[in-house]
Design a protein around this ligand. Structure first.
Ligand SMILES: [Zn+2]
Length: 425
């Protein structure tokens, strides 16, 4: 890596901290999706100073998009002096609600002990700031670069990305031909390259019964007892099987290196909120549970679904009057970019240069916007790389280390140079 790049990033350390703090001060809480407009306009004003052209894109009609809470996105592009590849940095600007137990103001951007604190500090305003500084440092060293650089600041990642990257991908912003390589600065630690994520199958299972007086339950049929049989069958037949199923995907943490299932929620019968008054006693005729199955690149969605359906069908034979319905809620296929892909190699090379050690390759246990870039955009040369510790995301007193942001910005600048100055074949 060109030593001038590292120096140019290091010289911008105070600027990086100030930019991160300014981004944290926009309380872009999702839901409902607040302050997206002012936040992307701020990022746009900053990038315009470096010659970027700005495309503000509202995701009209996407979930949650209203005039009070417009789903605003920014795609900024700077052309080089001659044709070449386009490198795109994509960051989401939304954050989750702060929750309780903070010891600092979550939207102040408090700096203490070499860290910047705030909601979104690591997930992922620190990453957005680091990518902007990386690009500004790169432009100061290589004002006459080939190709193009894009930076996007996008909405709604925390709620599925439909008003953000998915919308942009549907409108051609992530099509090969426009963009060649994508880096998503999510907080995966500064010496790791994240190649993708496990798959998701969310489904709603309903069991049915028959209403009757609670004092004579034998006259009805209890939907909750049927669901309890489902959960019991999961305990004995499904959970042990899933735990045994392991993957070649380098998922972190290692506990997520097998198939997992969470019961997200369960409800049956009347509400347990008795106010005002007391409930009347009834046998519940409906029980509903939502399951969250995370699956591996070695598994097929049809098998994942089929295995649960087989258990439900089995109960039909064993339990009188057992009836169920199952509905898909959300499906995301697992995704893993090759470590030999150009963007993974460029970032891995820059990690070697900056830290003088081998990069680690990881896969995220949950999904992020890479899914839309691959599945909708058809662009597979995409990784996540950014500063911050994943475990701190969404927690009280979230922070990002200033040294980590500077180091990650050096890696991003080095990776950018490697991708743009790739020798012609
Ligand atoms: Zn994130």
């Amino acid at each position: 890596m060109d030593g001038r790049l590292g120096d140019a990033v290091a010289a911008r350390r105070d600027d990086l901290v100030a930019l991160t703090r300014e981004l944290i001060r926009f309380p872009t809480i999702n839901p409902p999706g607040d302050q997206y407009g002012p936040c992307v306009e701020f990022v746009g004003r900053r990038l315009a100073l470096s010659g970027f052209s700005l495309d503000f894109v509202r995701a009209y009609g996407s979930p949650g998009d209203t005039d009070s809470f417009p789903r605003m996105n920014l795609v900024a592009r700077r052309e080089g002096v001659k044709p070449g590849p386009c490198v795109h940095f994509n960051s989401h600007i939304d954050v989750v609600e702060p929750g309780q137990d903070w010891t600092v103001d979550p939207f102040e951007g408090v700096v203490r002990d070499g860290r910047v604190y705030g909601r979104g500090a690591c997930d992922m305003k620190g990453g957005l700031a680091a990518s902007i500084i990386a690009v500004e440092a790169f432009l100061s060293v290589f004002p006459e670069f080939p190709g193009a650089i894009e930076i996007s600041a996008t909405a709604d990642e925390e709620s599925g990305g439909f008003g953000g990257v998915a919308y942009l991908a549907q409108h051609g912003y992530f099509s090969p031909g426009r963009v060649d390589h994508v880096i998503i600065p999510e907080p995966l630690n500064k010496d790791r390259v994240c190649l993708g994520h496990r798959g998701v199958w969310w489904a709603e299972i309903e069991t049915f019964g028959e209403i009757a007086h609670g004092s004579m339950p034998f006259l009805g049929d209890c939907a909750i007892r049927h669901m309890s049989a489902v959960l019991q069958a999961f305990e004995t037949e499904l959970f042990p099987r899933l735990a045994d199923r392991t993957t070649r995907m380098p998922v972190v943490p290692p506990g997520a290196r097998s198939s997992t299932l969470n019961i997200n929620g369960i409800h049956g019968g009347q509400t347990d909120d008795y106010r005002p008054g007391l409930p009347s006693p009834n046998v519940p005729d409906l029980c509903r549970a939502t399951i969250d199955r995370r699956f591996l690149i070695e598994e097929k969605l049809s098998d994942v679904r089929g295995e649960v359906i087989a258990i439900l069908e089995g109960l039909k034979h064993r339990r009188p009057r057992f009836e169920y319905r199952i509905n898909d809620v959300m499906i995301v296929e697992p995704l893993m970019t090759s470590p030999e892909s150009p963007v993974a190699e460029a970032i891995a090379g820059a990690i070697r240069d900056v830290f003088d050690r081998e990069p680690k390759y990881v896969v995220s246990p949950g999904t992020y916007d890479q899914k839309h870039i691959a599945r909708i955009g058809g662009l597979f040369d995409c990784i996540a790389y950014g500063p911050g510790i994943l475990d701190l995301a969404h927690r009280p007193d979230e922070w990002v280390g200033i040294d980590d942001m500077v180091d990650a910005a050096k890696v991003m600048a080095g990776g950018l140079a490697a991708l743009l100055f790739v020798p012609a074949k």
